[in-house]
Design a protein around this ligand. Structure first.
Ligand code: ACO
Length: 379
């Protein structure tokens, strides 16, 4: 069948999937058929990761076992830490994560990915070590020693602990836990597709994960939450008339306001609704900031100005504001996204391997053919 080129494969289904259901016209997002609202209210990130990876909600026993497996795998080999120490301290944390994850296959050589036990070991290892790698790199780049992971803390709280060595605030830990749930999966986006393409070659799961991290590192994928903070810092104040004038000026220049709009959602991103509710609690407990006041006012004004076009705050609008409040540095926002999304990437890898066929799309030829060749001496 003759098909024209579809730039970015927009609208082209590339897999059958039962992992994430998304209906952006009504703001519906479900993992394995369970609404994101219920999962984020009642589950931990580990529980949601189990659901994504193993296709069912765990029983208490299954969840305890999975948690134990994860906590046992949190530590990172000292040679990987040594390798991180050799990287330039000014390098981006996403590049450090890509390098460390790619190196993992050398430290954990194993059977072929068709071996189910090897596959599960890789999945647990990757899930468990992502936070340790990100936190260790953050310490190393400032000349500090990495902080050893604890076994008595959940995934999110332990990450906060490893960043600072301070006892994590329970509300901050829960907010991060929910943010991880909200970012764990989002159907066929660029990094997930990258994971499936690499997985389809039967590459090992570490290569799959590093391909996906590399894809997420691009500014068109992760990173809008960093821009949101820069934008809020550049606003004159949180005073309604000033915010309105500021937004109108940008919209008149046809500028895109970071943190608003989404290709899939034509109503408010359901993840933004959940994160906004948590932000209210967080700022209520830990104190409001000028950034938060500006964010609230800008959202009010934007709803009035562009809500009729189906442009509302997306998950990135709130994630950056919340991460900043709980002490996560700005250039770790995308690595935190990766700490969450590794669950979705691996779920897609497992799905791909169930009924694998190597990706081999075609192309439309746009060059010259049958050109006369001349040796270099005659050109
Ligand atoms: N600010 C102002 N106006 C906007 C915005 C925005 N952020 N987003 C869309 N619009 C307007 C467009 O200008 C357009 O107006 P027009 O019809 O008068 O020309 C209308 O809304 C429809 O825009 P589209 O281009 O059709 O929207 P699309 O679905 O292609 O874009 C996108 C989605 C790329 C995310 C866009 O909204 C955007 O650039 N947002 C800012 C960046 C951002 O926050 N990205 C993160 C997305 S969430 C995530 O990745 C987890």
């Amino acid at each position: 069948m003759e098909m024209g080129v579809v730039p970015g494969l927009a609208g082209v289904p590339v897999a059958r999937s039962s992992i994430c259901y998304l209906d952006g016209s009504v703001g519906k997002l479900q993992y394995r058929g369970y609404p994101i609202e219920e999962l984020s209210e009642h589950c931990s990130f580990e529980e949601v990761a189990y659901l994504l990876l193993f296709e069912k909600l765990p029983t208490l026993r299954e969840l305890d076992r999975f948690r134990l497996e994860l906590t046992r795998e949190r530590r990172v080999k000292f040679r990987i830490i040594d390798m991180l120490k050799t990287l330039p301290e000014g390098g981006h944390p996403m590049d450090a994560l890509t390098a460390a994850v790619a190196a993992m296959s050398m430290f954990y050589p194993g059977d072929h990915v068709s071996d189910l036990e090897f596959r599960r070991d890789c999945v647990v290892r990757l899930m468990a070590k992502f936070p340790t790698i990100v936190a260790s790199w953050h310490r190393i780049r400032f000349g500090d020693d990495p902080i050893k992971p604890r076994t008595d803390l959940g995934h999110a709280a332990n990450f906060l602990w490893m960043l600072t060595g301070e006892e994590p605030d329970p509300l901050a830990s829960r907010v991060l836990d929910v943010a991880l749930i909200l970012h764990a999966e989002h159907s066929m986006n660029a990094s997930t597709f990258a994971a499936r393409v690499t997985g389809s070659t039967l590459a090992d799961p570490y290569a799959v994960a590093s391909s996906a991290v590399g894809a997420l590192a691009g500014p068109l994928h992760g990173g809008a939450n960093e821009q949101v903070l820069e934008m809020l810092a550049s606003m004159p104040s949180s005073e309604p008339a000033a915010v309105r004038a500021w937004a109108e000026e940008r919209l008149a220049r046809k500028e895109r306001i970071p943190g608003f709009g989404h290709r899939e959602y034509k109503v408010k991103d359901p993840r933004a609704v959940i994160l906004q509710r948590l932000a209210v609690q967080l700022f209520g407990k830990l104190g409001r900031t000028e950034t938060y006041a500006r964010a609230e006012e800008l959202e009010r004004q934007m709803e009035d100005l562009v809500g009729h076009k189906g442009v509302y705050a997306n998950v990135d609008y709130y994630s950056g504001i919340v991460y900043q409040k709980i002490g996560i540095p700005r250039d770790l926002f995308t690595p935190v996204f990766a700490i969450a999304r590794i669950a979705g990437w691996l779920a897609h890898l497992l799905e791909q391997l169930k009924d694998n066929r190597i990706f081999r799309p075609s192309q439309e030829w746009s060059g010259e053919a049958d050109r006369p060749f001349a040796p270099v001496s005659e050109r």
